[in-house]
Design a binder for this molecule. Structure first.
Ligand SMILES: *Cc1c(COP(=O)(O)O)cnc(C)c1O
Length: 369
């Protein structure tokens, strides 16, 4: 073994398993024409305006980016109606999730998040030797916000809420969030991760940006990786009170967002039409996918996002490999309350048909006597 011994909390870290890249599956299985429905990417691709902005920025690649991301923060601030110093940028919002843990969790300090929520919360907390407090989700796989409020103790510094939640696809309402924020008060910074916000059309969905503006102890997170179609560039943002942002900025790597990411994000923000088209596509195809699952008697959790959590009868690890052989990459999830579940992203219509065809062959047929 080379190198010094890492502390136990590092050696014991779970390894994040990303959705398999298409090229890797092609190499491993020798199958071509692969459909990736594993990482909740925008099936329509990036905004053409973002692509044009990247092309325009290329000749300056020898220059370091603006480390503060001033121009992007300025556009974001104007759009969101906040001050520029209330915005922090990250190499994806996952980096901000990690910066928050580094900033606020000293050894043994606690972060509360739902047991059936985004894996990055767990990794962020474990990496800094913090303590993860994870109340189980409700029977409907939603955040159990009253239980989460009760889990806040004297050592709690952070609460991560995914709204909507990955991998469950569920959301909580304005009334539920108000109650939670009332109960938590100033005892913890409540981080509301809205990575899928652009897809949600429910009237009772709360945009936690309103809570930041009301001076509540909240940071809201957004990303360009999902509806904006820029997952490969790595750019996301957090909005909170200026003093919270200034504190988190102390642990930010100086040039954490690239010049191309900043340029593309600015252009993508100016392409409402692309986001609207992506949302409409998603609503249509999500309804189609859920309808087809229902018709086949396959269990799933109703979703407001661009993916569906499907619950299989059989071993999901085996099924995942079978789907892969059929050229369809889905994302197995696991852990308490999610046994034999997989997350399936909404693709193009033909990609969704490919998934359903494989499902018929691998699952539905078997289920019939
Ligand atoms: C995809 C996702 C993100 C965004 O990740 P990036 O680092 O911005 O690509 C954040 N939170 C949740 C819950 C997600 O599913």
């Amino acid at each position: 073994m080379h190198g010094p011994k890492a502390p136990d909390y590092i050696r014991n870290l779970a390894v994040y398993v990303p959705g398999k890249p298409i090229e890797e599956v092609q190499r491993e299985l020798g199958v071509s024409d692969i459909v990736k429905l594993a990482s909740n990417e925008n099936p329509l691709g990036p905004s053409p305006k973002a692509l044009a902005a990247i092309a325009r920025a290329l000749p300056d690649l020898h220059r370091y980016p603006d480390g503060s991301g001033y121009a992007l923060r300025k556009v974001l601030a104007a759009r969101q109606g906040v001050d520029i110093d209330e915005i922090i940028l990250g190499a994806g919002s996952v980096e901000i999730i990690e910066m928050l843990a580094r900033t606020f969790l000293a050894d043994g300090d606690e972060a509360v998040f739902s047991q059936q929520s985004f894996v990055s919360y767990r990794l962020a907390v474990d990496q800094v030797n913090g303590r993860a407090v994870m109340p189980p989700a409700t029977a409907g796989r939603a955040h159990d916000l009253p239980a989460m409020a009760r889990a806040v103790g004297p050592r709690t510094k952070l609460m991560y809420l995914a709204n909507p939640c990955n991998p469950t696809g569920t959301y909580f309402t304005r009334g539920e969030l108000d109650r939670l924020l009332g109960e938590v008060g100033e005892r913890a910074l409540v981080v509301v991760d809205q990575a899928y916000r652009e897809y949600v059309t429910r009237a009772d969905y709360p945009d936690a940006l309103e809570d930041v503006k009301r001076g509540r102890n909240v940071m809201v997170l957004g990303t360009f990786s999902k509806a904006y179609g820029l997952a490969g560039l790595r750019v996301g943002y957090g909005i909170a009170a200026a003093d919270v942002v200034a504190t988190v900025n102390r642990v930010r790597s100086p040039f954490n967002t690239s010049s191309l990411a900043q340029a593309a994000a600015i252009a993508a923000l100016d392409d409402d039409e692309w986001v609207a088209r992506s949302r409409e596509h998603n609503l249509r195809e999500l309804a189609f996918l859920e309808g087809e699952l229902g018709r086949r008697g396959v269990c799933f959790t109703p979703s407001v996002t661009n993916f569906v959590l499907v619950e299989f009868d059989g071993d999901v690890r085996e099924l995942f490999l079978e789907f892969q052989k059929a050229g369809v990459i889905i994302r197995p999830v696991g852990g308490p309350g999610l046994v034999n579940c997989a997350r399936v992203s909404v693709g193009t219509h033909s990609e969704n048909l490919r998934f359903l065809a494989a499902l018929d062959r691998l699952v539905v047929v078997k289920a019939r006597p």
